[in-house]
Design a protein around this ligand. Structure first.
Ligand code: URP
Ligand code: ZN
Ligand code: ZN
Ligand code: ZN
Length: 471
């Protein structure tokens, strides 16, 4: 593999931003500093631009089966990782769910191979822990998976009857995670509370799409976060809470952290930059916004920003789970499979391509966070928590040359038509942003060059992740 000199830029890491040339050789960063005397096969001019570590999106659902495998998300590892690359994300960590008739571990090995054949960027897989009645010996599989790179396990506290695990199984799984040095993750919503609210809404005829948000109250999220933190402390494990949407839930995490609990929270761009008010009046079209936990009222957003500022929340990932609004012939039923009835809308929204631009625009450009904090939220902290640091998540000699040359002056309008996803709509349609990736490198390979994707599917590598770095 050749060498590349990225010249004249400002290197931004989570701890500092410094003027430095970057020499890339054999897929890794070979040197940082004054490159006046350095020679390379390719020179990329970065004067006036920033050099960031590639984005790490630790929460995606590509070609992901839902609702008992009756449908799946629209983007596969091909379109999803191509779009990720265009948006400056060079690593995704997706999920494996136990397939019917197969063990969790067999499902993991199969999904790893499927993704490896299609991915443009490096990827890992979190293991979703199925309820005990779906696989009795699942703890045996989890022990094996911990040694095979799945050093994070996700537990659902929502979706009773299909995915929800009870407190007994949470405690047992958390204890095993503590023993094996694995980071447990929770989808924190009280599934029984959501089910009860859903029944009440349906019973009174309030079934159109936007009622989804009312079924998933702040209280059900805050309760589940609180319970998960208590159970994790009791089992002696650190904990990661995915997709925190409610400012109340974020406050639960902040309070726990202030008390010394080893808990980290993630939020997503859709909770920061989109609001219930944006879709409440859209009728069936509100299906485009349906995800769990829901996109909440605008007044909730400031609390999430505050949590990102104080450190109550630690990462921004997408929970990318894109479904189409128009039904394609080659996909199972998508967003409008049961129009006018919120309980049947597939849950999930797209965003893997937009994450960095949306957070830059709404966070850095508004002065809510600085660019070092931005890097920490989208790359460094995710790399640490999910066993990829210091190979990834920073720009430093010896690290993978997963790099983004970011133009902080470039204007762009986000649209579905201009995106690289299979999903046929964009939550941020029409948003004007200033600041976008212009070059993206994946292990030294010039993957996106001024908007053009260079490199085939299948060059992304499966990442056998190590133990979490909890500092
Ligand atoms: O609505 C969502 N978030 N769908 C994806 C699956 C999950 O719960 O994370
Ligand atoms: Zn979830
Ligand atoms: Zn998710
Ligand atoms: Zn700073």
């Amino acid at each position: 593999m050749g060498s590349t000199l990225i010249r004249g830029g400002t290197v931004v890491n989570a701890d500092a931003a410094v003027r430095a040339d970057v020499l890339v050789r054999d897929g890794v960063v070979a040197a940082l500093g004054d490159g006046a005397g350095w020679a390379a096969d390719e020179v990329v001019e970065a004067t006036g631009r920033l050099v960031l570590p590639g984005g790490i999106d630790v929460h995606t659902h590509l070609e992901y089966p839902i609702d008992g495998f009756t449908t799946r998300t629209a983007d596969d590892f091909h379109s999803g990782t191509a779009a990720a690359a265009h948006g400056g994300t060079t690593t995704v960590v997706d999920f494996v769910k136990k397939e019917p008739g197969a063990s969790l571990r067999d499902s993991y090995l199969r999904r790893r191979d499927v993704a490896a054949a299609k991915s443009f960027v490096d990827f890992g897989l979190h293991a979703i822990v199925p309820p005990r009645d779906q696989q009795e010996d699942v703890l045996d599989d989890l022990r094996l998976l911990a040694g095979e790179g799945a050093t994070s396990w996700k537990f659902f506290m929502a979706y009773p009857g299909t995915q929800m695990v009870d407190d007994g199984q949470l405690l047992e799984g958390f204890e095993l995670a503590a023993e094996y040095g694995v980071l447990p993750m929770v989808h924190a919503e009280n599934g029984h509370m959501v089910e009860r609210e859903t029944r009440r809404l349906v019973g009174s005829g309030r079934v159109s799409e936007s009622f989804h948000a009312l079924a998933h109250g702040h209280d059900s999220e805050a309760e589940a976060v609180h319970r998960a933190v208590v159970l994790a402390e009791s089992a002696g494990t650190p904990l990661y809470v995915v997709h925190v949407s409610s400012a109340r839930a974020a406050e639960e995490i902040g309070a726990a952290r202030a008390g010394g609990a080893r808990v980290w929270g993630e939020t997503c761009p859709q909770y920061l930059a989109v609001a219930y008010e944006d879709y409440a009046g859209l009728g069936e079209r509100a299906a485009a916004y349906v995800c769990s936990p829901p996109i909440r009222e605008r007044a909730n957003q400031e609390g999430l920003w505050r949590a990102l500022q104080t450190g109550a929340l630690s990462t921004v990932a997408t929970d990318h789970a894109g479904f189409c609004m128009e039904q394609p012939d080659d996909l199972p039923p998508q967003k409008l499979r049961s129009p006018g009835y919120f309980p049947k809308v597939p849950n999930g929204v797209p965003g893997v391509e937009d994450r960095l631009m949306v957070l830059w625009e709404t966070g850095v450009r508004t002065g809510r966070i600085d660019m070092c904090r931005f890097v920490d939220l989208v790359a460094t902290r995710p790399a640490k928590l999910f066993g990829l640091f210091p190979r990834k998540g920073l720009v430093a000699a010896g690290a993978d040359a997963d790099l983004v040359v970011w133009d902080p002056e470039a204007d762009h309008v986000i649209t579905a038509a201009g995106s690289h996803l299979r999903t046929d709509y964009n939550l941020y349609e029409g948003m004007r942003v200033t600041g976008r990736p212009v070059h993206v490198f994946s292990r030294g390979h010039h993957l996106v060059n001024d908007g053009a994707l260079e490199g085939g599917p299948g060059r992304g590598a499966f990442l056998t992740r190590g133990a979490p770095h909890l500092f």
